[in-house]
Design a protein around this ligand. Sequence first.
Ligand SMILES: Nc1ncnc2c1ncn2[C@@H]1O[C@H](COP(=O)(O)OP(=O)(O)OP(=O)(O)O)[C@@H](O)[C@H]1O
Ligand SMILES: O=P(O)(O)OC[C@H]1O[C@](O)(CO)[C@@H](O)[C@@H]1O
Ligand SMILES: [Mg+2]
Length: 536
Amino acid sequence: MDLSIALPFPSITTKPFPSHLLLSRPLFPSSSPGRSLLSTRNPSSSRHNHRTPRQRLRRRVSAAVDDDDGGFVLEDVPHLSDFLPNLPLYPNPLEKSQAYAIVKYVVSLLLLSHFHSVVVHKGSPRGVHFRRAGPREKVYFKPDEVRACVVTCGGLCPGINTVIREIVCGLNYMYGVDDILGIVGGYRGFYSKNTVKLTPKVVNDIHKRGGTTLLTSRGGHDTVKIVDSIQDRGINQVYIIGGDGTQKGAALIHEEVEKRGMKVAVAGIPKTIDNDIAVIDKSFGFDTAVEEAQRAINAAHVEVECVENGVGVVKLMGRYSGFIAMHATLASRDVDCCLIPESPFYLEGQGGLFQFIESRMKENGHVVIVIAEGAGQEFVAQSIHDVNQKDASGNRLLLDVGLWLSHKIKDHFTQVREMDVNMKYIDPTYMIRAIPSNASDNIYCTLLAQSAVHGAMAGYTGFTVGPVNGKHAYIPIARVTETQNTVRLTDRMWARLLSSTNQPSFLNSCDDILLQQERVDRDMVDMIHKMKITST
Ligand SMILES: Nc1ncnc2c1ncn2[C@@H]1O[C@H](COP(=O)(O)OP(=O)(O)OP(=O)(O)O)[C@@H](O)[C@H]1O
Ligand SMILES: O=P(O)(O)OC[C@H]1O[C@](O)(CO)[C@@H](O)[C@@H]1O
Ligand SMILES: [Mg+2]
């Protein structure tokens, strides 16, 4: 196994990290469950050359820490022992597991994971790290005292059932836990519905189905009622699968649990089809959705290439971010133009979409446009005098930009250009998220679920899990909810897309691009601020 992620550090310069987000906790506090493990190592040992590769790697981490830990910042997740001192510790049942015998050092070694946009200069402040996810040497729960629950909230996403399955199987097979409850219908299910019992047998086949067997909902987060329910039912591990809104709710549950001094570990598993969750490399189900989107794009392409002046419009999900549209476009090669919320476009005049469509039709006889549902919302709102409606969670309800665009294109070419166009509008939005996850997402979901289980058993709480620069880590919830990822117009991926489709960028200069990027960042901050106020 490659343990070299902590060293050597890439010398990239970035802005200093906002101080309110830096953890006050030293890298390895004496109460930290990882400290004893690290401090037992002796980096000055002269037997270094006789060490096994595994020992050498352990030493490198140790040396880096002992050397000068002043520059490292561990952005740590809360632990039950932070507010409940003197909790008993138990040996990890995995120590006796044949499966884990060979990877025993993972159980004991605490590793660090880079946070990708934070500086790590060799010899200067060494940046922010998260705790590496995985099993720990000691656990804070005896298997027979665990009563766990799983809840799923927000929109659907391929792979939710796999995460549920692997939490249940992980708890049962790895830790011997057999008291696991399913909360039905999202957060409100805590206080308005009966629970269901989850066993490996009950969840055995669910990963083959789309959706969530536990059902989901938006709105209805009432922290006090939820924690009352957790307390009344004697639940001591809560696994919460959901997007940014759900994770904010999970943070509130953790705070309330801590306020009441309850021994309850709260673990978040980030989910969103839009791939807009901050910090983590990618969200589960995204690859599956992009793959499914190919079918819709392909259908549009087949339709329009078989007729004269064919125009295909495919609307894909992406409320505030165009990741699905961008990746589906890059993968397909049949798309002439991709429109996303982050990059404004205009229809008429020089450099506008109509002009581009006309030139492509002349060149190829047909055009395929992919549009993310959040793009061009301002145009649609103007045309139908929209009143800015919201869903139960406070998210803005989107207008059908695909339909609007299809009408606009058809009207322009028939009425203004006196050309007949053959319009094919395909709206596969829900189809790309209501399917089971593909093989790689299934594996990814398993890793997330198992990381969450290891973390909760080890007493971590108020955390979310996910890969950061390829390594799975425990991340403080606030870190993933403080912002959302959007496609960066200044990054290479968008440049790759523009050069692959050869579409107009609709932004005329570098200054315009930079200004637009600033606008997107500002809008995101505003939106997140508003969501804090409007949600229940
Ligand atoms: N700021 C918040 N504080 C507490 N709970 C919240 C907050 N925002 C949303 N929630 C709750 O989290 C749940 C899911 O939220 P939401 O509908 O926004 O979906 P999401 O988790 O963001 O997923 P998706 O990616 O599908 O939008 C809802 O029950 C909602 O009440
Ligand atoms: O119609 P629903 O279920 O509320 O969800 C729609 C929204 O959920 C998402 O899939 C995820 O946030 C968005 O892309 C989409 O706008
Ligand atoms: Mg959301």
